[in-house]
Design a protein around this ligand. Structure first.
Ligand code: GAR
Length: 195
């Protein structure tokens, strides 16, 4: 059984897609051992509690500096002995010590076709705003392994999504989630769980 820890900062629709895929048998041989957030108000924590999964907040506000926060984050993750860490809308830079400890065992979902619209400053709605501004006709989502760079690790899965006439960042974000993110993130976990 692959022990999965999911890290989240916001609404947690990708977390929900993972939990639903486990419940429906689309993901096998994996269990979510904990959901960890930097944000105590993240609705994702509520989704975890509803599923009777430990929901833990490690907030930077509770620590004197970044180093102390990074250490607390790593210690919290370690408690759950993950085989795989899934960043599902986790908007905090992963500490280098964590990347070292869990090399090739951390994956991230990004809401564009990497290498487009990724890297520093590209997260959440900003990604879709940039895609619309550039006028691309196709966008999508990417699941990739996490390394020391920003959105620079090896790509595991990608799925393309059409940009439609009249799209706003919000409508495009929703379509990318529905048609790509909520499919390829569970699929990536299932593939890793079943080699
Ligand atoms: C998702 O669209 C995810 O791809 C994005 O944040 C959103 C979280 O939504 N992640 C990034 O932009 C990472 N660079 P959710 O909390 O509803 O899953």
């Amino acid at each position: 059984m692959l022990r999965v820890v999911v890290m989240v900062s916001g609404g947690g629709t990708n977390l929900q897609a993972i939990l639903d895929a486990i419940d429906s048998g689309k993901i096998t041989n994996a269990s979510v051992e904990a959901v960890i957030s930097n944000n105590s108000g993240a609705y994702a924590l509520e989704r975890a509690r509803n599923h009777h999964i430990p929901a833990v907040c490690v907030s930077p506000k509770s620590y004197p500096d970044r180093a102390a926060f990074n250490q607390a984050l790593l210690e919290t993750v370690k408690q759950y002995r993950p085989d795989l860490i899934v960043l599902a809308g986790f908007l905090v830079t992963i500490p280098p010590e964590m990347i070292k400890e869990y090399r090739n065992r951390i994956i991230n979902i990004h809401p564009s076709l990497i290498p487009s619209f990724c890297g520093v400053g590209y997260y959440g709605l900003k990604v879709h705003e940039a895609a619309l501004k550039r006028g691309v006709k196709i966008t999508g989502a990417t699941v990739h392994y996490v390394d020391e760079g920003v959105d620079s690790g090896p790509i595991l899965l990608q799925k393309a999504v059409e940009v439609k006439e009249g799209d706003t960042p919000e409508t495009l974000q929703r379509r990318v989630m529905e048609e790509a993110e909520w499919q390829i993130l569970p699929e990536a976990i299932n593939r890793i769980a079943n080699k």
